[in-house]
Design a binder for this molecule. Structure first.
Ligand SMILES: [Zn+2]
Ligand SMILES: [Zn+2]
Length: 338
């Protein structure tokens, strides 16, 4: 079977891979679609945890083709989404319920062969049935939505809050809708690309700002008088990470959601955090949020009609990554079996 194989930093190629036989708790899937995200770019650039050679792809849906001898939760023909993050169940963090902080965390598409392939072998315990009314294309949004649900949990938004989002890519536009669902009265979106600002407006942003021309701190102060209750950094740059600390009000919360480059730092004045009693929190992957993400998508709580989805065959994986890198598209999806 064909797969997008990450071999080493800056080396990704579509290659033939042979499938091993299934272990008792495993399932063979035929992949319907696999989302491409910023993490895939970081992996290919060599700036993210990964253990090559590995097949990329962690946002995927597929049809069950075969099951191992002890599998009970799915049968051949079932359409499923895959939670790519596998925790060990036995370490300190797993036993505290903090499965995303597992000391032995592994992920499909990062450490284990993932979904940018015609077929994939996964543990049955990672599978979730896709509701019949949910198109498989929507299924590729479950993983990113599950991460955003965790971000909203971490932000502790209260009814009537003002939320600032830095970055309106796929994640920003999902967080925008979830923040509104969570009760934010105002969501201000900061995004340099015009077509993304327009989408943000269409999806309910109360104000959109262009960081290349607008004075962001002043604009946020104008609206709120004091600063935002919650600021989400979801652009993954040092500039926006630094900026987030200037946009939050005293006693507010900053959520570092974007993936900033490893080993790089910003200036934080401890006395500023202390005297303004800021909460600076991280939000990492999707602990126990996969089923909630499916519910939200199934019940139409997240509008995807404004997302421009660009489809690529598996052979065009480089073009798919390039397109995402330029930032023209809002969601890039590989369809390996078309
Ligand atoms: Zn992703
Ligand atoms: Zn563990």
């Amino acid at each position: 079977m064909k797969a997008a194989l990450f071999e080493a930093a800056h080396r990704l190629r579509v290659a033939q891979r042979s499938l091993r036989s299934l272990l008792p708790d495993e399932v063979l899937l035929r992949i319907q679609a696999c989302g491409v995200c910023g993490t895939d770019i970081h992996i290919v650039e060599g700036s993210s945890r990964s253990t090559p050679p590995v097949v990329l792809g962690h946002e995927f849906v597929g049809v069950v083709e075969d099951i191992g001898s002890s599998v009970k939760n799915v049968t051949p023909g079932d359409v499923v989404a895959i939670d790519p993050n596998i925790s060990c169940g036995a370490c300190f963090y797993c036993r505290r319920g903090l499965v995303h902080l597992c000391e032995h965390l592994k992920a499909y598409g990062v450490d284990l062969d993932g979904g940018m392939a015609e077929q994939c072998i996964v543990k049955a315990s990672q599978l979730y049935h896709l509701p019949a009314e949910l198109p498989w294309e929507v299924g590729t949004f479950i993983e990113p939505v599950s991460c955003c649900v965790h971000g909203i949990d971490r932000a502790s938004i209260r009814l009537g809050d003002t939320v600032v989002l830095l970055g309106a890519g796929t994640i920003g536009l999902i967080l925008l809708q979830l923040a509104r669902s969570a009760g934010a009265a105002r969501v201000i979106v900061v995004e340099p690309r015009e077509h993304k600002r327009i989408k943000a407006q269409e999806l309910g942003a109360s104000r959109v700002l262009d960081p290349t021309t607008d004075r962001i701190s002043e604009a946020v102060k104008d609206v709120t008088g004091v600063g935002a209750d919650v600021v989400f950094e979801c652009a993954g740059t040092l500039e926006t990470a630094q900026q987030s600390l200037r946009l939050v009000r005293r006693g507010g919360t900053v959520v570092f959601f974007g993936v900033c480059p490893r080993g790089r730092t910003i200036d934080v004045e401890p006395n500023f955090v202390f005297s303004n009693e800021l909460a600076i929190v991280g939000s990492y992957i999707n602990p126990h949020t996969f089923a909630r993400a499916i519910n939200l998508l199934h019940q139409g709580k997240i509008r995807l009609d404004k997302f421009f989805v660009e489809r690529f065959p598996l052979d065009a994986v480089h073009e798919a990554l390039a397109s995402l890198r330029v930032g023209n598209t809002v969601k890039t999806v590989i369809v390996p079996n078309e």
